[in-house]
Every structure is written in structure tokens, then in C-alpha cells.
Ligand binder design. Structure first.
Ligand SMILES: Cc1cc2nc3c(=O)[nH]c(=O)nc-3n(C[C@H](O)[C@H](O)[C@H](O)COP(=O)(O)OP(=O)(O)OC[C@H]3O[C@@H](n4cnc5c(N)ncnc54)[C@H](O)[C@@H]3O)c2cc1C
Length: 491
């Protein structure tokens, strides 16, 4: 019996529309799906605490999904390439297949595996991925990678629609004897001290949770998405990000499900495309990280290496804990802590406060997000943080410093979002709920808000923070001389 080993990573945890599983099933008489996890806190960019919680439950769900197809998930605890070769040898597999990795850590693992397979004379084959298009397929007319989103999106739209997803083999042909597998608990992905109740209340990791989210979004969110997607209280976004991050559902599946729904309901392109465009932002994040792997730690615009960032532990702690005194920021940071997720508009506002008003390096914010987001994704997180800090592709110009009060009023006009996550100011009238310090004493007293006691005063006042941010930018730009001419503008 010929056997193909399929290496599954933490971003392709699904059976349907999984090119590697499909290739394995069509190339051999039996398929052995394997997930390997390195011991300890794995080197490089290991998933943070919230993502590890998700991974545990996602792997459990995948075990069940494979069992329904008459297969299993072989789990191995040890150095990834060595474990995969050991399993391939144990089950006499002549072929190992995997989906093409795009992130720097996964590409390093792949390179290691390729070397070891060659030493053992085992064939290794790489196939498609969960992206809409391969990052090498979309190029500028000069043949280079894209650095600006709009032409990237146009190029993506010009190419044919992404290929249709495939259902995948069912049943998945099983080997005569299964190789040894460890128990999922040995990976120790769950927290020792229980802080994860909030995550449990909000999420169902795994394929069935992903499909349910998609279904709900198509029925209740998609038609409102264009107009309400920036309102954090509106529940008009899909919340598919962690499911996409762990590959429980592929971007092609989501894309085509949206198109089918559009045809069924007769929705106009203008209604549906704003959502597809966000899927393309995800694609753009993967594209950038693939072509500029150093950006996971360093700015794409390398001149920002000399930017005068401040190191302020107290301010960073106030930000992380949702105690900045800006209600919209604090609401976002508390939502993140409790649920492992934050609305996109609010991510932009909190990241702006950290990198502009507080001048704290974007990497500090990115690390906090990495540890607390269930959807922490190397491509999207790097893109989001570098965009906000002004040092990435298509970055927000540095002189545009979000005013957290105006942002709050505009996107949470009745304060519903802020009241939910910052209950200690919930009794303030709408007018003051985004700026408690501006309320007259008697209004604050009636609402039982005592600044500095029940709720903090702003960590820095907006006009002062804005002035400081612009002064830092101007002096840095002046120091760059001629090299500073376009700094801060869109690339
Ligand atoms: C500072 C910052 C950090 C971020 N970090 C992450 C991260 O670690 N992981 C992550 O998945 N997203 C990240 N984002 C992007 C975005 O905030 C989330 O993808 C989005 O909020 C997820 O919610 P949703 O699934 O309801 O999105 P929807 O609006 O329903 O969009 C559908 C999908 O499109 C993709 N998408 C949407 N917006 C963006 C965007 N701006 N950039 C890239 N992809 C997008 C996501 O995969 C999302 O699930 C970050 C944004 C910022 C500003």
C-alpha cells in the first residue's frame, strides 16, 4: 500500500478545500495527516496565549472532522521536521505533501523539512495554500511585489476569480496501521490558571464554528456591512478572523460563498465588494510578509529604525489594561482581554493612541496583540501595526493623528460599545461618554464618576499628545535630510 504523509500546520486545520490533503489522497492509497508541535515555548514566533487556547480546541475539532472521514490526526511533540521524517519512516511513506507556507517561521520549518527529506530519499511535494492567490502570482508591471493596496486590489480583481474550493476526499483513505501519536494535552496549549472563560463564552473553534459564523454573517451581516462595518456596536462584521487564521475555513470558500449568496439574494456588487476587499487586505498582509519577511520585527520603511520612540512602561501598562482614560480605547482593550478579539476600527484607534500620542514603538503593541488576540496573524498584525505607525506599506501619514474623542463620537455615537466595556462611566449622558473629563462636576457626580478614582484621567491630553507626536516626526524627518522628503506620506 502506498502512503502519503500530509503535514498540516496551524494555519490549515480543515479537510475541505485543503490542497495538501487532496494531493495526498490522489497520489497514494493511504493518507496520514500529521500535526507536529515543538516542545516548550517554541522558538521564533510561537502563538501567544489566546491563540494557543484556540489551537488546542481547533486541533480537537480537526481530530473529530478527520474521524468522520474515517481518518485520524497523528499528533507529534518534538522538533517539527525530525518528527515528520520519523512518522514518514515509520509508516513507509514515500511522499510527504504540504500546503505552501507564507510566513517566515513556517518557511524556515519547510526548508528544514526539505533538507531532511532529501537526506532520507523521501519525496516532498508542495502545493497550494489557503490564500486566494499565490503571493508570487500577483506582481507589479515591473515584476516586483506590491507595496500599495489599491493597485494590488485592482490586480487581484483583474485576475480570474479565485479557483473554486474543492470538497476533499471523503472518506480519506486510511493506512493499514497508524503510526504512534501523542495526546493533544501533551502540547500544554491551555492555560494552567483559568482565564479563558471569556473566550469560551464567545467562540466555537473548529470547522463547524467557522461555517456557523459564515452562515450567520451571510444572513444578517453582509447586506449591512458596507454601511455599518465601522460601528463596533453594530455586529455587522463577520468575526471570521480566527477561523481564517487557523485555516478552519479557507479564504476561497468564504469568497465563493459570498458570491453565491450575492447571486441568490440579488445583491449589487457595491454592497458585496467592501467585504471582499477586506479579504483582499488579508491577502495583502500575507503578500507583504512573504516578500518582506523582515517586517515581522522591523519597519518596511527602514528609515523608521531611527524614529525617536519613547519607552514608557507605565503608559504601556495603562494601555494594555484599558486604563488610558479614553473610553473608546479602554473599551477596545478590555474587549480584547475578555474575548480575544477587537473590532477593526477600534484596533486602529488603540494602535494610533499607542504609537502617536504615547510614541511607544509599534512592536510593543504588536506583541501585546500577538499574545491576546485569538486571530493573531503574522501578516495581518504586522500590516495593521505598521500601517498605523506610518512605517509600513500604504501607511497612514504621520501627521494624521486620530482624535480618540471624535473617533468615539463618530463610530459609537450613542456610546453603546463604550458603555458595554467600561461600565463605570455608563451612567454619563451620551454627550460626555467619550470625554468624561469634559462633563460638569454635577453631571459626573450624578453618574458616580470620580476622575482618577473610579475612572482614570486621560493618560495624555489629545492636543498635547498630537503636538508631541508631530514634533517627534518633524525632528526625525529633519534629521533624515533628503531621505526624509517623502517620509510619512503614502508610499
Ligand atoms: C493594529 C491592527 C492589528 C491587527 N491585527 C490583526 C491580526 O493579528 N489578525 C487578523 O486577522 N487581523 C488583524 N487586523 C485586521 C482586522 O482588524 C481584523 O482582521 C478584523 O477586525 C477581523 O474581524 P472580522 O473577521 O469581523 O473582519 P471582517 O470585517 O468581517 O473581514 C473579513 C476578513 O477579512 C480580513 N480583514 C478584515 N480587515 C482586515 C484588515 N484591515 N487587514 C487585514 N485583513 C483584514 C480578516 O481575515 C477578516 O476576518 C489588525 C488590524 C489592526 C489595525
Amino acid at each position: 500500500m502506498t502512503v502519503a504523509l500530509v503535514w498540516l500546520r496551524d494555519d490549515d486545520l480543515r479537510c475541505a478545500d485543503n490542497p495538501a490533503l487532496a494531493l495526498g489522497a490522489s497520489s497514494a492509497e493511504a493518507v496520514v495527516p500529521v500535526f507536529a508541535w515543538p516542545p516548550g515555548r517554541a522558538s521564533g514566533r510561537a502563538p501567544g496565549a489566546a491563540a494557543r487556547w484556540w489551537l488546542h480546541h481547533s486541533l480537537a475539532a480537526l481530530e473529530a472532522e478527520l474521524a468522520e472521514r474515517g481518518s485520524r490526526l497523528v499528533l507529534r511533540h518534538g522538533p517539527v521536521a525530525a518528527e515528520l521524517v520519523a512518522v514518514a519512516t515509520a509508516c513507509r511513506a514515500r511522499l510527504v505533501v504540504w500546503n505552501r507556507p507564507h510566513t517566515p517561521p513556517a518557511r524556515r520549518l519547510r526548508d528544514d523539512l526539505v533538507g531532511r527529506l532529501a537526506e532520507c530519499g523521501i519525496e516532498g511535494r508542495e502545493t497550494g495554500s489557503g490564500l486566494l492567490h499565490d503571493p508570487d502570482a500577483l506582481r507589479t508591471s515591473a515584476g516586483g511585489p506590491w507595496k500599495v493596496f489599491t493597485p494590488f486590489w485592482k490586480a487581484l480583481r483583474r485576475t480570474l476569480e479565485p479557483v473554486e474550493p474543492v470538497a476533499g476526499a471523503d472518506p480519506l483513505p486510511a493506512p493499514a496501521r497508524w503510526p504512534a501519536s501523542c495526546r493533544l494535552e501533551e502540547f500544554a496549549l491551555l492555560p494552567r490558571v483559568r482565564w479563558d472563560e471569556g473566550l469560551e463564552d464567545c467562540w466555537t473553534p473548529g470547522r463547524s464554528g467557522a461555517l456557523a459564523r459564515l452562515e450567520r454573517f451571510l444572513e444578517h451581516g453582509l447586506a449591512r456591512y458596507r454601511d455599518e462595518r465601522d460601528r463596533p456596536a453594530a455586529e455587522a462584521v463577520s468575526r471570521l478572523s480566527p477561523h481564517l487564521r487557523f485555516g478552519e475555513i479557507g479564504a476561497r470558500e468564504v469568497w465563493h460563498a459570498v458570491r453565491r449568496h450575492q447571486a441568490r439574494e440579488g445583491l449589487a456588487d457595491e454592497v458585496v465588494e467592501p467585504f471582499l476587499r477586506q479579504l483582499a487586505w488579508r491577502e495583502f498582509g500575507a503578500h507583504l510578509l512573504y516578500h518582506f519577511p523582515h517586517t515581522i520585527d522591523e519597519p518596511l520603511d527602514r528609515r523608521f529604525g531611527s524614529f525617536p520612540w519613547r519607552h514608557d512602561e507605565a503608559a504601556l501598562a495603562a494601555w494594555s489594561r484599558g486604563r488610558t482614560g479614553y473610553p473608546i480605547v479602554d473599551a477596545g482593550m478590555r474587549e480584547l482581554w475578555r474575548t480575544g478579539w477587537m473590532h477593526n476600527r477600534v484596533r486602529m484607534i488603540v494602535a494610533s493612541l499607542l504609537t502617536r500620542h504615547l510614541l511607544i514603538p509599534w512592536q510593543a503593541g504588536a506583541r501585546w496583540f500577538e499574545d491576546t488576540l485569538v486571530d493573531a496573524d503574522p501578516g495581518n498584525n504586522t500590516l495593521g501595526w505598521q500601517w498605523t505607525a506610518g512605517c509600513g506599506a500604504d501607511a497612514a501619514p504621520y501627521f494624521r493623528v486620530f482624535n480618540p474623542v471624535l473617533q468615539g463620537r463618530r463610530f459609537d455615537p450613542d456610546g453603546a460599545y463604550v458603555r458595554r466595556w467600561v461600565p463605570e462611566i455608563a451612567a454619563l449622558p451620551d454627550r460626555f461618554v467619550h470625554e468624561p473629563w469634559a462633563a460638569p462636576d454635577e453631571v459626573r457626580k450624578k453618574a458616580k464618576v470620580v476622575l482618577g478614582e473610579t475612572y482614570p484621567a486621560p493618560v495624555i491630553e489629545h492636543p498635547a499628545g498630537r503636538r508631541r507626536a508631530l514634533a517627534a516626526w518633524e525632528s526625525w524627518r529633519a534629521g533624515l535630510g533628503d531621505r526624509g522628503k517623502v517620509a510619512g506620506g503614502a508610499s
